[in-house]
Design a protein around this ligand. Structure first.
Ligand code: GLC
Ligand code: CA
Length: 565
């Protein structure tokens, strides 16, 4: 048996009931949260760019998929220098995505379908087109608005050198020099990312007040939470001290940097938690926090701070039983003391999709340019997903992974838009490969992404994607889409999945994992060889065909099995 069991239609009454049951524990503790990348999800008006009405029209698909909540990457007014992570107006929808009325309708529809909505908040930096920054430039060095960003005089005889040695994540110096209103060279401003993304100065009370007000604006609109972009970056070490060496990107993740994971950020999240708690219905905050250790990540989800933090250590783990077991234990152990759920994530809009990561040799990082062995990658991706969905805590699914989409590794340079692709020596800028619009139907691009066959899509879709569309996979019990649907349906019907904070490891042959959670057992074979074991129970679901015979089972190469015991 493979994955064909579940009837995925869920009556609204069931959803309401489930919502009540999990609400008593905190709905977010075991929620499956689906990331929509608005540019690439669904385009309602045929301009080649996804939009809010498009997302709204596809909400029933997400309800039927069986996820609990939807996180939307930014759709705010933005010049799109970093695909919307450069916000010019935090209270407006960019016309390319729709209007505030569309956002309101989307939130209402989602709630009616039993789906929660999480929006992206970008508090580390604004767009350089934000009114404050524009005024700060226009009004010159004496402008009181300069205090809301990091403006500094340059070093060197004529201020021609940047104020310190910090490097941008996207490459090059983290400083850009301004021009005074009279045309003379002026002060420099700090941008940890693109020059179009000036960093806010979080010591400024006006900045702190503004974001508390922005939180309230969207909470009043009814959103259920915020994914907080670069949550580890808001506070900089006093005096903005030099780091003392180049190639700083390599230090990220190991060392505490003067611009990341400073202890001062926690005061901000405590203040935000107070606001979230003022609202009914358990509104949540999710930290995108890159820190040197999982223990430091746990600081963001202490009981009076945010609710969840992404588990990037898990995302970065190779398809290897020993490494996976280690990271799972480490993740669970680090969250237990703060009583926060662990989260699990395999893909997002910043990394090569896991079907492609696992298709390549390990150790290549998260920006991969080669397709690798596609069928191997897909087999492992399906197994990795079932493992993720069997773990206690909350899981994140990135749009298109339920279709088994690979990264598009051969996009021509002319169509690329990732700003880091165009800057030297920064984070490898291959993020467009996971941002290609997803296929819904039809045999011709844009495969139902937009309304008209032959219509545009902002990044070109590969010809092979016709076979991977939602329409092509629906009803095919061997498809990855039906695997996700079944897995999410089983997860809902088995309270032991997702809940709790522990796994009980069972003895398992080398290269395999087996763990128990109540009346449920999960087996994983990360090797390329079949492995024979005693069948743990009744097979519920397999990432591929698993044969049970006379009390024994053969764990197929690169497979995961779910068992009732
Ligand atoms: C986060 C976002 C990424 C963006 C960066 C700067 O890491 O996920 O897409 O480029 O922040 O805002
Ligand atoms: Ca559109």
């Amino acid at each position: 048996m493979t994955q064909n069991l579940a009837d995925t239609s869920r009556p609204a009454a069931d959803i309401a009931h489930e919502a009540n049951v999990s609400a008593s524990r905190g709905w977010w503790r075991d929620a499956v949260i689906y990331q929509v990348y608005p540019r690439s999800f669904a385009d309602s008006n045929g301009d080649g760019m996804g939009d809010l009405p498009g997302i709204r029209s596809r909400l029933p698909y997400l309800r039927d998929l069986g996820v609990d909540a939807v996180w939307l990457s930014p759709f705010y007014a933005s010049p799109q220098a970093d695909a919307g992570y450069d916000v010019a107006d935090y209270r407006a929808v960019d016309p390319m995505f729709g209007t505030l009325l569309d956002a309101d309708a989307l939130i209402r529809d989602a709630h009616e379908l039993g789906l929660r909505i999480i929006v992206d908040l970008v508090p580390n930096h604004s767009s350089d087109q934000h009114e404050w920054f524009q005024r700060a430039l226009r009004e010159g060095p004496e402008s009181p608005l300069r205090e809301r960003y990091h403006f500094r005089a340059g070093k060197g005889e004529n201020g021609e050198l940047p104020p310190n040695d910090w490097e941008s994540i996207f490459g090059g110096p983290a400083w850009t020099r301004t021009e005074n209103p009279d045309g003379t060279p002026g002060d420099w401003y700090l941008h940890l990312f693109a020059p179009e993304q000036p960093d806010f100065n979080w010591d400024s009370p006006a900045v702190a007040d503004e974001f508390r007000s922005i939180l309230r604006f969207w909470l009043d609109m009814g959103v259920d939470g915020f994914r907080i972009d670069v949550a580890h970056g808001l506070v900089k070490a006093p005096g903005l001290p030099d780091i003392g060496g180049a190639d700083q990107l390599k230090l990220l993740g190991n060392d505490v940097m003067p611009f990341f994971d400073q202890d001062g950020v926690h005061e901000i999240y405590r203040s935000w938690r107070g606001i979230l708690d003022e609202y009914p219905g358990q509104r949540i905050g999710v930290a995108e926090a890159w820190t040197p250790t999982v223990q430091r990540t746990a600081n963001y989800v202490r009981p009076d701070e945010l609710h969840q933090a992404f588990n990037f250590q898990y995302l970065g783990t190779d398809w290897d039983a020993t490494a996976l077991r280690e990271v799972i234990d480490l993740s669970l152990d680090s969250m237990r003391p703060v009583d926060a759920p662990t989260t699990w994530v395999l893909s997002n809009h910043d990394v090569t999709r896991h079907a492609t990561r696992f298709a390549n040799e390990p150790g290549l990082g998260t920006q991969i340019r080669t397709p690798g062995d596609r069928s191997l990658g897909l087999r492992r991706a399906r197994a990795a997903t079932l493992l993720m969905l069997a773990l206690p805590g909350s899981a994140y699914v990135y749009q298109g992974e339920e279709l088994g989409l690979p990264d598009v590794t051969d996009l021509p340079d002319e169509v690329r838009q990732d700003p880091s692709f165009f800057r030297q020596a920064g984070q490898d800028g291959y993020r467009d490969g996971c941002r290609v619009p997803i296929p819904w139907s039809d045999t011709e691009a844009p495969y139902g992404f937009g309304p008209a066959a032959g219509g545009p899509s902002w990044l070109p879709q590969p010809a092979e994607w016709a076979a991977l569309s939602v329409e092509a996979q629906t009803g095919d019990p061997t498809s990855t889409l039906e695997l996700y649907r079944s897995a999410l349906a089983v997860r809902r019907s088995q309270p032991d999945l997702g809940a709790g904070t522990d796994v009980e490891w069972l003895e398992a042959p080398e290269g395999t994992l087996a763990f128990r959670r109540g009346s449920f057992v999960c087996t994983v074979n990360t090797t390329g060889e079949p492995v024979r074991i005693a069948a743990p129970g009744r097979l519920l679901l397999g990432s591929t065909e698993l044969v049970v015979d006379g009390g024994e089972t053969v764990l197929a190469p690169d497979s995961t099995g779910w068992w009732a015991v």
